[in-house]
Design a protein around this ligand. Structure first.
Ligand SMILES: Cc1ncc(COP(=O)(O)O)c(C=O)c1O
Length: 483
């Protein structure tokens, strides 16, 4: 956001947009909230949205669209093959990234599916700054392994490191030496590393990885789903880029990547995804899988209306007023929670506010899932739906033992341009109450545990009756009728 003059007030995130369409939301009584979360197997993914007050599960496909995006939907050209909508999108993506080729897919994980099927074989290892759940699942489905090369600072929840998403080059070199280049199909860079709190990678690190990969004859795949936040952070935190325009920064990132893929549920505030590619070799490697898994090459499983919205949304990512809103709003929320002494991930990142569940609930063992527990407790006391990003989100080790996550976080996603300061004031107040009463909170255990991506549809049960006791304390403090 540009510098806004203020007379008396401290800096605050000022929205450079206004709401013209709104959706009514309901806050259920606490007894109904408890029933809803228990019926959902204590998994916030399984709650019905009608039972949710503020839906902070994810920023994926839930960002507010602009009026320009909605308007663009009405000019969509509907054709199975060769629609004008596709060519507009192809031009936009290639202009944005400075690439030559575009392959459409219905969302980010669909790109990961095609990428893994094309390049990963059993015994391969894919080094990356940090994994994402669906990325890792697709690589493992193809018999590959993920090796993370993150900075030690990345998993320190309280830190002054401005680019926790940077690649640790010593770890990267060590992995390549250990497994040999023949078993490294590519190096993956994730922008705005999701699972460690939406933390950015610096341009310095991106360039370093790219130069190293070139020297070693390896190729680089960049997951640009969270590019909008990362772009903001490069401009705001990396001195050399303060005065560089956003399009130049995007193209510099892209120039360091052989294949770029993205979820347009995040980048572009629509629902879709795709690849941007410079070298025809990679396009040819993957293109046959698009009609097989996604849809014809000119729609890739997306509706043409969404494709039009995506073209506009991608270009709006170049507007600092647009991309600063999320990170600045999250930073304000972080400051409010810190004033209450609530342990959060610092520096605040993109896509959402991240609470450090291990510190919030030091009495809960990792095997009883502190982040999962905290997500259910937050729903019970506030009706707000967050997401567990900890051990439940990890896959078990091949021997069946728990893979304890490096960080146990509850993510309160802040879909772009959706919530207001009064919403986070409400939530800060509830979190402060919960923090004061945290000793009442107990553990969870799996009652139904799927083998793959268990966090999506797995069900858990409370250990003991802590949820009923938490509700009783809420009623004691606020009264029977309080919402
Ligand atoms: C970094 C990253 N990569 C990939 C994906 C998968 O995208 P999608 O949800 O569109 O399948 C996500 C979604 O959250 C993400 O954050």
């Amino acid at each position: 956001m540009s510098h806004i003059a203020r007379f008396k007030v401290a800096p605050f995130p000022l929205e450079m947009h206004k709401a013209r369409i709104v959706q009514k939301i309901n806050l259920l009584p606490i007894k109904e909230r408890l029933k809803a979360i228990q019926e959902a197997g204590n998994n916030t993914f399984l709650l019905r949205n009608r039972d949710v007050f503020l839906d902070m599960l994810t920023d994926s496909g839930t960002n507010a669209m602009s009026n320009e995006q909605i308007a663009a939907m009405s000019i969509a050209d509907d054709a199975y093959a060769g629609s004008e909508t596709f060519y507009r999108l192809e031009n936009t993506v290639n202009h944005f990234f400075g690439t030559k080729f575009f392959l459409p897919a219905h969302q980010g994980r669909a790109c990961e599916h095609i990428l893994a099927k094309t390049y990963v074989k059993p015994g391969d290892v894919i080094p990356m700054n940090y994994h994402f759940t669906t990325t890792k699942a697709h690589i493992m489905e193809c018999g590959g392994l993920v090796e993370e090369c993150f900075l030690d600072e990345a998993v320190k929840t309280t830190s002054n490191c401005l680019f926790k998403g940077d690649m640790d080059m010593d770890k990267l070199k060590a992995i390549i030496n250990k497994v040999g280049k023949d078993h490294i199909p590519f190096i993956r860079i994730e922008l705005g590393t999701n699972l460690i709190g939406g933390q950015p990678i610096s341009m310095r690190s991106i360039k370093e990885v790219s130069a190293f990969a070139k020297k070693e004859g390896l190729f680089v795949v960049t997951d640009a789903s969270l590019l909008a936040d990362n772009l903001y952070f490069i401009k705001a935190r990396e001195k050399e880029y303060k005065d560089v325009d956003t399009l130049t920064i995007v193209r510099e990132i892209a120039a360091c990547s052989d294949i770029i893929y993205f979820s347009a549920r995040k980048l572009g505030c629509a629902r879709g995804g795709g690849f941007a590619i410079r070298d025809k070799r990679f396009f040819d490697d993957m293109k046959a899988l698009v009609p097989l898994f996604e849809g014809f090459l000119t729609y890739g499983g997306m509706s043409v209306r969404e494709m039009e919205a995506m073209s506009v949304g991608i270009m709006e990512t170049l507007d600092m007023d647009m991309i600063s809103q999320g990170p600045e709003f999250i930073s304000e929320f972080a400051t409010m929670l810190q004033k209450e002494g609530i342990p959060i991930v610092t520096p605040a990142g993109g896509l959402g506010l991240h609470i450090n569940a291990r510190e919030f609930l030091p009495h809960i063992k990792d095997e009883e899932y502190p982040a999962g527990v905290l997500a259910t407790a937050i729903y019970i006391v506030s009706g707000v739906r967050g997401m567990e990003r900890g051990t439940i989100s990890e896959a078990r080790n091949p021997d069946g033992s728990e893979h304890i996550a490096s960080v146990e976080l509850v993510r309160l996603a802040l879909p772009r341009r959706v919530f207001t300061l009064s919403h986070i004031t409400f939530l800060t107040d509830r979190l402060a109450w919960l923090y004061k009463n945290r000793d009442l909170i107990g553990g969870l255990k799996f009652t139904e545990e799927p083998k793959v991506l268990r966090f999506f549809i797995g069900r858990l049960g409370e250990i003991g009756d802590w949820q009923e006791r938490l509700m009783a304390k809420f009623i004691e403090d606020f009264g029977e009728d309080a919402l």
